[in-house]
Design a protein around this ligand. Sequence first.
Ligand SMILES: *Cc1c(COP(=O)(O)O)cnc(C)c1O
Length: 353
Amino acid sequence: MTIAVNITTTPKQKPNADELGFGQIFTDHMFVLDYTTEKGWHGGRIEPYAPIQLDPASKVFHYGQAIFEGLKAYITVDGDTLLFRPDRNFARLNHSAERLCIPAIDEEYALEALKKLVEVDREWIPKEPGTSLYIRPFVIATEPNLGVDPSTAYKFIIIMSPSGSYYAEGINPVKIMVEQKYVRAVVGGTGEAKTSGNYASSLISSEEAHAKGYSQTLWLDGKENKYVEEVGSMNIFFKINGTVVTPELTGSILPGITRDSMIQVLKQKGIPVEERHIAIDEVIEAHKNGTLEEVFGTGTAAVISPVGRLLWDGEELVINEEKIGDVSQLLYDTLTGIQTGKLADEFGWTIRL
Ligand SMILES: *Cc1c(COP(=O)(O)O)cnc(C)c1O
């Protein structure tokens, strides 16, 4: 499969680093690949970023066959363009595709397309500390037909957005509300797929958290409402009495690539780490007896987000005096060091273009 390239004749003005924010500004180009049952995936092309036209009966609007990914490109300290574990994103996209009856994409081809797109829009990668180019690959069902069965047509699209420093004012621990009424996912559901519907169903909880002054929701398992699963768009870690614990992947948790990277870094540094069930009661108990040392979320957007306050059952736990902990800081420095080329990549996670 080839990739046609159609360069825009009207490039946009590039923003200043201080006006980037997250996901608001898009680069000059996008990658598009079409699928039909007859032709399979075909017609891969890089073209000027623009609105797409879809039939109002397109299945994605009615039955939610939509999956996505999120990763970043960075400019390293020596001026190279770097991607962090992009192969893992395309492998996960195909896992999500399988769950939603979407045809698999060729992962190697998708990676080639991504590399080419990033090269075409290389000037859009911001260079200031903490900034990066956020990349959003996604697949939507485009067959115009209201029958409830898998679509026979799809679009795979990659768009890119320069994003600002998540921690422009330093790393400030976030306030998280433990959700007790709604659930995000159950084993056997779509929790481990990166699908739009998971987010649609979680918005009400975020809204209620915001109204109480908390920035995100900590989800418990959907069956017993007892075990910790994850936070909003991040996986969650607890450091209890010197050991770092994160919920094991049971089928309802999104397998974060940052999560996996953190576990590998912890092991390499000789810091004890466990993947296991962790009940919210165990977290509360550890806080009571003074052994809850750090809590942090992990995800592509923020890398690490220390949790400073946790609301549970009307009671607020303050963690590590609302400061970033030593292990959180070490993990943040290690991962961002690898991503910016400041530290050697001993894991083979990075691809330089
Ligand atoms: C994407 C996502 C994560 C984090 O995954 P990363 O690969 O680390 O960015 C965690 N939870 C949910 C629900 C997600 O959608």
